[in-house]
Design a protein around this ligand. Structure first.
Ligand SMILES: [Zn+2]
Ligand SMILES: [Zn+2]
Length: 114
């Protein structure tokens, strides 16, 4: 009975497929094939993207800043530019203690020479 039941089940599935699914099967197969193709293409593009952008991402961009004076790449926590030797910390006014923008010659608050 067990074997017969399995055979019957297969026949039922086949009947269902023939009556309801046969028209859909090529569509499904095509859709699946197209989907797989698109998926592979997308995957390949992502891989290509990663390969292309990987060296750029690995560049120490996050840990560096650009020197205000000479545009040299310097470490973010560096106090002085190794290229031009100028201070990279924002100048603090000795008179009013205002922190001015890097490269400012005079205090924006009181006009004191920095
Ligand atoms: Zn510099
Ligand atoms: Zn000041």
């Amino acid at each position: 009975m067990g074997n017969l039941g399995a055979t019957e089940l297969i026949i039922i599935i086949l009947i269902i497929l023939i009556f309801f699914g046969s028209k859909k099967i090529p569509e499904l197969a095509a859709g699946l094939g197209k989907g797989m193709k698109e998926f592979r293409k997308a995957t390949r593009e992502i891989q290509d993207d990663q390969e292309e952008s990987a060296p750029a991402l690995k560049a120490p961009q996050q840990d560096t800043t650009v020197c205000y004076y000479c545009n040299a790449r310097v470490a973010k926590d560096a106090r002085f530019c190794p290229s031009c030797g100028k201070s990279l910390a924002p100048p603090r006014c000795s008179k009013c203690q205002r922190v001015n923008t890097i490269g400012a010659k005079f205090c924006a608050e009181c006009g004191e020479k920095l």
